[in-house]
Design a protein around this ligand. Sequence first.
Ligand code: PLP
Length: 464
Amino acid sequence: MKYISTRGQAPRLSFEDALLAGLASDGGLYVPESWPRLSDATLRSFIGADYATVAKAVLHPFMADDVSAERLSDIVDEAYACFNHPEVAPLVALEDGHYLLELFHGPTLAFKDVAMQLLARLMDDALTRRGQRATIIGATSGDTGGAAIEAFKGRAAVDIFILYPDGRVSDVQRKQMTTLKDANVHTLAVDGTFDDCQALVKAMFNDVSFRQDMSLAGVNSINWARVMAQTVYYFTAAAKLGAPDQPVAFSVPTGNFGDIFAGYVAAQMGLPVAHLMVATNVNDILARTMDSGVYQTGDVVATSSPSMDIQVSSNFERLLFELTGRDASRVRGYMDALTQSGRFEMAGDELTLMRALFGAARIDQQQTLDVMRQVKADHHMQIDPHSAIGVGAARQAVVADGVPIVSLATAHPAKFPKAVVEAYDEQPDTPQRVVDMLTLEENFIPVANKLADVQALIRAKAQA
Ligand SMILES: *Cc1c(COP(=O)(O)O)cnc(C)c1O
C-alpha cells in the first residue's frame, strides 16, 4: 500500500515514510492510495474476538509492505496490554438501541491513547531499524499531548515537544503533560489558543530546512497512523452488535475530525456503517458546514469540552478529498481559499454525498449538562462533557428503525473534574494513579505565540 497527499504535489510514500512524515510536503494529508476491503467472512470472524485480534486484521493491510504480520502482532499486543480493561474498548448499554463505547481505559484516560500507544511503538521501531532519530512535535487541545508524552516517554529514538494553549486545558490534562521526568519530554505552554498551537506546528513542518535539520515527525491527528488505529474500535463495537449482518450508526464527539474520519474509513473497508453523527459543542464549524456547505472559521469559544474547542478541523481535508472523487487540485483550491479568505463553499454534489452518510448536531453548554445529569439519573454513571455531547447528538440522529447507535465516550469523567462537579455536585471517581499524579511537581516551558521563539527553543533542546 502506498500513500498519496490530498493536495497531489507531494511524493507518494510507503506506510513507514508517511508515518514518519506526518504532514505531506505540499501541506496536504496522506491517505492510502486505495481502501483495503475486508470480506464479510473476516467481519464475521470479529464476533467474539478480542480487541488485539481485530486490530491485527484491520491494520495489517495498511502496512503489509513495510511491517510483517509478526511484528505488528507484537506491537499491538504491547500497545493494548497497558489498558486498564480486558476488552480495551468495552461497550455498555444506555437506553434501547443506544450504546456507549468506552474508549478511556488507557493510561491518560482519553481515547487518544488507543492510537498513540500504537503510533509510538510503530515509529520507534521504524526509526531504530533505520538507525535514525526524530523530533516529535505536536499541538494539543488537551488530550493528545498527555497521550503522546505517555506513549513516547523514554523511547530511545525520539525527543518529544508538545505545545499546549496555556490556561485552556484542565488541571488533569496539564499535569499529565508536565509531571514526567523523562529527559526526552518537553512541554511548551503557548500564550495562545489550540488553533495557534496547531498553526505553529504546521508552520514548522512547512519550514523545509527546519523540518530536515530536526528530522521532524508529527503525531497530531494529521498523522495517518492515528486515524488508522482508530478504525479498529468501529469494527469491535459493530461486531458486538451483529455486524456485518446488522448495520450500525455512530455518534462521534468531534474536533479535528480524526476520530469520525476513522469511522468513514471503516465504512470504506466494508463495515456496514449506517450513519455517522458529527457531534460538536458550540464551536460548530462542522455542523454549520453540513447545513450550508460553507466551511467558514469563526472565533474559538472556551467550553467544558476543551478537546473540541477547535475552528480549523484539519482532518476534514481527508473527507473533502473523498467527496471530490479524490480530486487533489480541487482540494488545493479549497485550502487556498481557506487560507486567503477564511472560507470555502463546497459543490452541491459533494454536499449531497456527505449528507448521505453524515449528520451533525451542535450541543451547547446547558444541553451538555442536561445529558450528563440524565445519564447519571437513568444509568447510574457519570460521563464526561465530551462523551455527553456524543450522547446528546446520538439522540438527534435520524437512523432507520432497528439500527443501533453507538456513542463514543472519548474521555473518563476524572479528566474533567470541574465539569463533573458542576453537573453532579460530587467529585468524579478518580483512579488512584491519577490521584497520585496530581501531587507531583510540574515542569513546563512558557513560550510566546511566535514561530521564531518556538523554533529556537526546539533547536536548543533536541538531540536529533
Ligand atoms: C481529541 C478529542 C476529541 C475530538 O477528536 P477528533 O479526532 O479531534 O475529532 C473528542 N473528545 C476528546 C475527549 C478528545 O480528547
